[in-house]
Design a protein around this ligand. Structure first.
Ligand code: B12
Ligand code: SF4
Length: 647
């Protein structure tokens, strides 16, 4: 335990070193454990940006005779959380001024960020919090939205209570973007006279630094070599559930296109396997899109990237062709709903459902994977309408769909209106993570709403739709990538029971790190839960592996399999056929999967009524041998394809 006296005396020592710790908080699961994984998926562009800005600012504001250190940590990644805990124990440190930045805190992460701030304050740190929760809440609850196209958005003009509580605890609240103001905040902290609230506003991005990632941050912490970077911010549309327009504005601002191209080329020179995610919410409406794409085409750097764009982007002359020529492999489209009445209610007027199929066919022809987002919980949604929409999405040509639950996020027009009407559900932000049904829906109970969401994932990621999506693409590399994404989505939702955009690889739970105030959990119960969780991993691992094999084989991911599929269709027809299927040139899993499913359906009857069901048991050995042979053959195929898989 550190005493207050010690913290104070360490603070009073002359400052010889400044340590800035940037932390991206995670959020808590329903049992109060932080969502934390052995490996994450993507390095955070917000962390990269804040690192670059902090390095630049400290060079300006720290006196020359004072050293400085910057540390970056993802609270949601096991290895980094351990390093963070080690660093935490180092403080208070005599002669060191400690500043902790809680970075890119979204609404679900806000409770965790508050807990982290309290812990670090106890070690003598000055804490600053920024990100979408703070900026969105202040925009709609304190400042109010002045937008002639969206008049009469109500605003109480009061500092939101959760932020006021933080300020009164001495945490500095940062509203807006850090580019122009962060150095002033650091200067004030070093002088010992920080303000409680800073406003970064909407800076001109043309010459602001691009993200930088120190090697120690990326070191074996992420499973992909994808770098997230924004080439612009803001969106010109006006969807009522969206926070982005109220935080980043409706006049898109953009980075210098030449700087973006030079950045991409430099990153590829350093590591040819790197790919990019341009995180702009609407790349198609970045006024500099054409200059960026032309630059990438001219650079011939072999860039591969994904973008987000609206569903009317196909109407922009040259956009799709140039996108593909520059190396786009995936486009994320905000479909949100297939029901025009829902789209009208959400103010999403740019989406025309009848045009989706044609746009997506063009994407497929250009070798771009179509990733759609679909939100469940609009006023006209019912479980049946959602199921119909999912079929429609698959038929229109969506290769991947990310499903979300409609969430009243602070900072959105919907939230502001609900607040004025006294209809904001009582819930802490932790559950506003877009995969928990929170609040009241006019046509679904909370349980129906949650189950419509889970059913949508199950329905879209069935073997039939996954195979159809793979077959739309002529490039085998793209088919394999898509296959892994499908597998990833299934694993995150059904095994990790979270959202693919939050999940990482292999969940880690620590008994000691729980949300303050969570229901007490005896240690023996925790151990039992952990044992069950790992047994589940094994069971689900097998199930997904066999499903994965079937999709890979039927989706023509391997050269030899396609032409033999038809031959091996139907049920097993005797010993010769078994040899042919097990050791022959072609492979298909349908007959094996059908057998195991039928076997599983008999459940306990197979044990308790062996006389009637003995035939089933007799059938097991040939199927089991075939299974073993398939596993080996499939493993060898993957080894042969390891280069493609690695990229
Ligand atoms: C890319 C992205 C993702 C990527 C992240 C990729 C990556 N690792 O970088 C992925 C797909 C993983 C993702 C996931 C999710 N996302 Co997201 N995401 C975005 C998106 C489109 C861009 C984020 C970004 O990189 N911005 C660029 C950086 C530089 O901006 P920034 O983070 O805002 O930081 C600036 C300021 O906020 C400020 N600032 C931030 N932190 C700090 C700290 C200090 C100390 C200071 C001084 C300043 C400061 O200065 C920064 C520089 O200007 C935003 C929308 C948007 N336009 O920002 C949504 C957004 C942030 N996501 C959102 C959501 C809801 C989620 C998910 C919960 C969705 C889900 N169910 O899975 C998850 C949560 C994941 C997680 N644990 O963080 C919401 C948040 C809403 C809210 N009110 O909190 C947003 C706003 C989108 C929306 N629809 O409204 N997301
Ligand atoms: S198109 Fe996307 S980013 Fe733009 S306002 Fe609508 S939801 Fe927000």
């Amino acid at each position: 335990m550190i005493s207050t006296k010690q913290v104070l005396s360490d603070r009073e020592a002359p400052v010889r070193k400044v340590v800035v710790v940037l932390i991206k908080p995670t959020h808590y699961d329903d049992d109060g454990f932080p969502y934390r994984f052995a490996r994450g998926v993507l390095p955070s562009s917000s962390m990269g940006t804040m690192y670059a800005l902090t390095r630049q600012a400290l060079c300006q504001v720290v006196p020359t005779n004072t050293a400085f250190e910057i540390h970056l940590f993802e609270d949601g990644i096991g290895k980094q959380a351990k390093r963070l805990a080690r660093l935490y124990r180092r403080f208070p440190e005599a002669g060191t001024q400690l500043i902790v930045g809680l970075v890119s805190v979204q609404t679900p992460q806000f409770p965790r960020a508050c807990d982290l701030a309290a812990r670090w304050q106890a070690r003598g740190a000055t804490c600053v919090i920024g990100g979408f929760h703070v900026s969105g809440s202040i925009a709609t609850m304190l400042d109010g939205i002045a937008d002639p196209h969206r008049p009469d958005i109500p605003c109480p003009h009061q500092m939101p209570a959760d932020l006021q509580a933080l300020i009164s605890r001495g945490v500095i609240v940062f509203h807006g973007e850090a580019e122009d103001q962060w150095s002033n905040v650091l200067k004030d902290i070093l002088r010992g006279s920080p303000q409680p609230l800073y406003r970064g506003g909407l800076p001109d991005l043309r010459h602001s630094p691009l993200p930088e990632f120190p090697p120690v941050y990326c070191d074996r912490s992420f499973s992909t070599k994808m770098q997230a970077v924004d080439t612009g911010r803001g969106c010109l549309f006006g969807c009522s559930f969206c926070t982005i327009i109220n935080v980043q504005g409706r006049n898109p601002r953009f980075r210098d296109p030449a700087a973006v191209v030079a950045y991409v080329v430099e990153q590829i020179r350093r590591d040819p396997q790197v790919s990019f995610f341009f995180t702009d919410d609407n790349f198609a409406r970045n006024p500099a899109w054409e200059r960026i794409l032309d630059g990438l085409i001219a650079a011939r750097c072999g860039a591969r990237f994904m973008v987000q764009a609206d569903l009317a982007c196909g109407k922009i002359p040259r956009f799709l062709d140039k996108l593909a020529a520059a190396g786009c492999i995936e486009m994320f489209n905000g479909v949100e709903s297939m029901n025009p009445a829902n789209l009208a209610a959400a103010g999403k007027r740019q989406n025309c459902v009848a045009d989706y199929a044609a746009l997506w066919r063009r994407c497929h022809a250009l070798g771009i994977v179509v990733h759609a987002s679909y939100i469940i919980g609009f006023p006209y949604d019912t479980p049946a309408s959602v199921a119909r929409d999912v079929e429609q999405l698959a038929a229109a040509g969506a290769d991947k769909v990310s499903f979300y639950i409609l969430t009243l996020a602070p900072g959105s027009e919907d939230h502001a209106r609900a607040l004025a009407a006294g209809q904001v559900p009582v819930c802490d932000g932790n559950r506003l993570d877009s995969f928990h049904a929170v609040g009241v829906h006019p046509r679904m109970t909370p349980a129906e709403w949650q189950s419509a969401y889970l059913s949508a994932w199950r329905q879209f990621y069935c073997v039939k739709h996954m195979v159809a999506a793979l077959k739309r693409h002529s490039s085998r590399r793209l088919r394999l990538t898509l296959l892994f994404h499908h597998l990833w989505n299934r694993w995150s939702v059904f095994t990790e029971r979270t959202h693919p955009m939050i999940a990482g690889f292999y969940r880690i739970r620590s008994y000691r790190d729980r949300r303050p105030g969570a229901t007490p959990l005896p240690f023996w119960r925790f151990v039992l839960q952990e044992v069950w969780r790992h047994l589940r991993y094994v069971g689900r691992g097998f199930a997904e592996f066999y499903r994965f094999q079937q999709v890979a084989l039927e989706g023509d991911c391997f050269k030899t399999s396609a032409e033999r599929q038809a031959e091996l269709a139907g049920q097993l027809r005797g010993i010769r056929d078994w040899f042919h299927r097990t050791f022959g040139r072609g492979m298909t899993r349908r007959w094996l999967n059908n057998f195991w499913l039928a076997y599983g359906r008999n459940r306990w009857r197979l044990l308790f009524d062996p006389r009637t069901y003995y035939r089933w048991h007799l059938k097991i050995p040939p199927y089991a041998i075939a299974e073993l042979v398939y596993t080996i053959r499939f493993g060898l195929m993957l080894v042969r394809l390891r280069k493609v898989i690695r990229t």
